[in-house]
Design a protein around this ligand. Sequence first.
Ligand SMILES: Cc1ncc(COP(=O)(O)O)c(C=O)c1O
Length: 267
Amino acid sequence: CPYGKTRDNCEAECFIKVEEVFEQYGEQGCAIIVEPLLQGSAGMKIYPPLYLKKLRSLCDQYDVLLIADEIATGFGRTGKMFACDHAGITPDIMCVSKGLTGGYLPMAITITTEEVYQAFYADYKEGKAFMHSHTYSGNPLGCSAALAVQKILKEDFVLEKAKKRAGYLTEQLNSKLLDRDYVGEIRHIGLIHAIELVEDKKTKRGFSSEERVGYQIYKEALQNGLLLRPLGNVLYFNPPLIIDEEEIDEAIKRCVKSIDSYMVSRI
Ligand SMILES: Cc1ncc(COP(=O)(O)O)c(C=O)c1O
């Protein structure tokens, strides 16, 4: 952190950068898009709810729409139904997909406030309705899958059970990997856990990008029957919400074995 803060004492000091941007462009800006709390493909970076709260207030102050991309975080991935719930905020537009149908069928929804909806709406006679549509809007199969998933999430207490599994995953990953020289941080939100691999544990300096450490470990893991998806020097777990403890143990065992054998091979 450029402000010398840790997760325990972070007060979203870096938000000052957003304030500067709003000062410069806020009056002419119409919307800002964020991945709430978790920047996925940027390296599974997790930031505090306070940052989102501040952003909501700033958007209100400048009358800028807040668009939350909850495609990766929605439907329990971060431990709450939506990542925005951690901050107690409501975006003006929210994008959801992936977990909506449990990944079984392709479906996405863009959800807006009544105010935004009304800006698009007009009586036919006025001739100013926004007539664009989507080829697969409201696909009946997709909708059925989405409704079934929502019913299961609620009736089977999936989020509540996933919370326990998330705690178990944190505990196990920490106990098996945190003391390794090459692990700089294990960060997590809900069941999502990211392992940051570093060359220097003290300074947290990562491995050179030329070495493609994550990709090398990914190949090693394939040999061990585990499919990992590396993002640079970051390996992450983003398992199904219904994963059980036995499966967690097995995945961690194979993951640790894969990392260890790569680290030994590079000496
Ligand atoms: C945060 C985020 N936004 C958007 C997308 C793309 O979503 P879709 O495939 O539903 O268009 C992804 C896909 O990985 C994502 O992770």
